[in-house]
Design a protein around this ligand. Structure first.
Ligand SMILES: Cc1cc2nc3c(=O)[nH]c(=O)nc-3n(C[C@H](O)[C@H](O)[C@H](O)COP(=O)(O)OP(=O)(O)OC[C@H]3O[C@@H](n4cnc5c(N)ncnc54)[C@H](O)[C@@H]3O)c2cc1C
Length: 470
């Protein structure tokens, strides 16, 4: 249900307000609808009107993958969702079978797929989530309306202050009362300021910024180099080779090509320069593909890619009735493709925390459960980014206890491209579908510890090794 905002909510029913009607906010709203009489999702944009180019989600124009952990979490919150996504044409890419992938100085073997990514556009995924969530009769969407502050005090949040976007910044904000307010406003969240505004403390922010920049362009694969035995290209940066590329199909049969590089050497947004940048990758396969394909859009850039974790779990004067989820809680370097998956896993964690019969779902406890469900993704992206040259931040230290694990993980990475057993475990963890302990299972550990590194092929594998091809 979509409506215009009226005055404050007057009734005594339990009311939750979710600020931000994107993927994390919508999924949180669906979970809360089982616990509150009314849930209102307040969104600054009018997403139904301008799907892919709305200003609140500028990342929509860049390549997005939905990892396997996100697929099962979405399915848990919205049963049948993955079938709907497939029916809407979102391509499904088997890893490592369907991807021509360069990593750590060599090409991955294209053995049978052990995990799948969905590679349709983020805008389509968000639209389908919105449709499903807003079908719920207890959920009301208020669009074109911005939350500008909280109502309440340092002990308890009692609502939000909001203002219609067309009313102008000087208009007096109105109050929307709520028993629970959830911040799902994404990486640009102003919750710290809102909390200060009611006399509470903002969360400590851990920041790890590799300075990675994205640039993306839409292409038509006029020569059909992709689409049969291989569905995409992936060149993964590392501390010695910091340029990256990914080319993936989207639902309308075209491809998104994204190039990435670090601060000071960002991929250009001029079309010719963008393609010339691809020539500097360790192999010309992506450059050759671009030159043989037809560009269908200008190049768009994105630079705000720092990992930021807001530590609401640490002591501080914070009110009951306020939670953060999705990117507003924990933002990741997008190169690891985790944000939508974690938004869905946060929603599952919210549901579990609210229905746990052993514990009262106090604000701090629920918030900690959400943070816990972001932890694996944080460990992967922050852990890898700490190794990048020029990384900046206030959370760069590695505890001494974690150093042996770092040594072991380096051995995993060196072998994942050519050893199918290690590769399977590695992909399950990177897909946020298995805990890190999967890498220490006896069969995997034996190979990690006792087998020599076999170098990857020095030429891109254009055919799948899996029985029956792809
Ligand atoms: C370049 C890039 C590439 C990415 N690639 C991937 C990928 O491959 N895979 C993946 O899983 N994730 C990826 N992500 C992350 C992914 O886009 C997000 O994690 C995902 O959109 C979920 O975010 P969210 O719902 O928490 O916030 P967002 O999607 O950022 O949404 C926040 C919403 O809040 C609204 N809002 C903001 N302020 C207010 C306010 N004051 N009042 C009301 N509404 C407000 C905004 O309009 C917006 O709709 C990528 C991100 C970037 C930047």
């Amino acid at each position: 249900m979509v409506s215009e905002v009226g005055g404050g909510v007057q009734s005594r029913e339990r009311h939750a307000v979710v600020v931000g009607g994107s993927i994390a906010g919508l999924l949180a709203a669906r979970v809360l609808a089982d616990h509150a009489e009314r849930v209102t999702v307040v969104e600054r944009d009018r997403p139904s009107e301008a799907d892919s180019r709305r200003s609140g989600a500028p990342q929509s124009r860049h390549t997005h993958v939905l990892l396997e952990g996100g697929q099962s979490a979405l399915e848990a919150v919205l049963p049948g969702f993955m079938a709907e996504l497939r029916a809407a044409g979102a391509p499904r890419v088997g890893m490592p079978e369907h991807m021509v992938q360069w990593q750590n100085g060599g090409w991955y073997r294209r053995t049978a797929a052990t995990t799948h990514l969905h590679t349709g556009t983020r805008a389509q995924l968000e639209r389908l989530v919105r449709q499903r969530v807003l079908e719920h009769s207890a959920i009301d969407a208020v669009q074109g309306t911005e939350v500008v502050g909280l109502v309440g005090d340092a002990d308890r949040v009692r609502g939000v202050q909001l203002r219609g976007r067309d009313e102008g910044p000087r208009a007096e904000p109105r109050t929307l009362r709520a028993d629970l307010v959830v911040d799902a406003t994404g990486r640009g969240t102003k919750a710290g300021r809102w909390l200060t505004g009611i006399g509470a403390e903002p969360p400590h922010e851990e920041i790890i910024d590799s300075g990675l920049a994205y640039a993306t362009r839409v292409y038509r694969d006029t020569e059909s180099r992709l689409g049969t035995t291989a569905l995409g290209y992936y060149m993964v940066p590392n501390p010695r080779q910091t340029l990256g590329a990914v080319v993936l199909p989207i639902e309308d049969g075209t491809y998104l090509a994204t190039l990435s590089g670090l601060r000071g050497d960002e991929p250009p947004t001029d079309g010719e320069d963008f393609e010339a940048y691809a020539k500097r990758l360790p192999h010309p396969i992506v450059y050759d593909w671009m030159r043989a394909s037809e560009p269908l859009s200008p190049v768009v850039g994105f630079r705000r890619t720092a990992n930021v974790r807001r530590r609401y779990d640490l002591p501080g004067r914070r009110p009951a009735g306020f939670l953060a989820t999705g990117d507003a809680l924990c933002t990741f370097n997008p190169i690891y493709g985790q944000g939508m998956t974690v938004a869905a896993q946060n929603a599952v964690a919210l549901r579990e925390a609210l229905t746990d019969p052993r514990r009262t779902p106090g604000t701090r406890r629920v918030q900690r459960a959400l943070l816990d469900s972001s932890r694996l993704a944080w460990d992967i992206s922050a852990g890898a980014d700490k190794q990048m040259p020029g990384v900046w931040g206030n959370a760069l230290g590695t505890p001494a206890a974690a150093r042996p694990a770092g040594w072991y993980l380096a051995r995993v990475q060196q072998r994942a491209g050519t050893d199918p057993v290690i590769g399977r475990a590695f992909r399950a963890v990177l897909g946020l579908n298995a805990p890190v302990t999967a890498l220490f299972a006896p069969e995997v550990a034996r190979r990690v510890l006792f087998t020599p590194v076999r170098p990857g092929a020095d030429r891109p594998p254009l055919e799948s090794e899996a029985a029956g091809g792809s």
